[in-house]
Structure formats: C-alpha cells, structure tokens
Design a protein. Structure first.
Length: 77
C-alpha cells in the first residue's frame, strides 16, 4: 500500500513539475507529456512489485495514461 501511495505522490509531483515548462509547450503538449510520465511511473512501479494483482492494476493504469496521451495527440492534429 505504501508503494501505491508513493507512486501516486510522485505522479502528483511530476504533474506540478510539468506546469513549470517554458512558453514553447502548449497546454496540449504539456498534458501529453504528463500522461506519458505518469504511464512510465506506473510501469516502473509494476516492475518493482511482487504482487501479481497490484502489478496488473498498475499496468492497467499505465495503459490508461498512454491511451489518454494518444487521444490528446490525435485530437491535436
């Protein structure tokens, strides 16, 4: 449970860090990068867990984040 809370806190901090980007990034680009960063965090957490159920949940969360990034990218074009 602690690992999940750490992952969630890290994802939140990554979201805040992404807000401090330069003026070159549009809001959509920042959101895409945010979703991709969150997906990477979830995948890393899934790799580090010994619990198969938690691993599946984290991998599904990573897939959701990747799909959100793909959807934003598709709509931006």
């Amino acid at each position: 449970m602690k690992k999940i809370l750490i992952v969630a806190a890290t994802a939140g901090l990554m979201s805040l860090a992404a807000c401090n980007g330069g003026t070159e990034n549009t809001a959509t680009e920042a959101a895409i990068e945010n979703h991709e960063a969150n997906a990477a965090i979830y995948e890393e957490a899934a790799d580090n867990t010994a619990n198969a159920t938690v691993e599946n949940v984290l991998e599904n969360a990573a897939d959701v984040e990747e799909n959100a990034a793909d959807a934003l990218e598709a709509n931006a074009q």
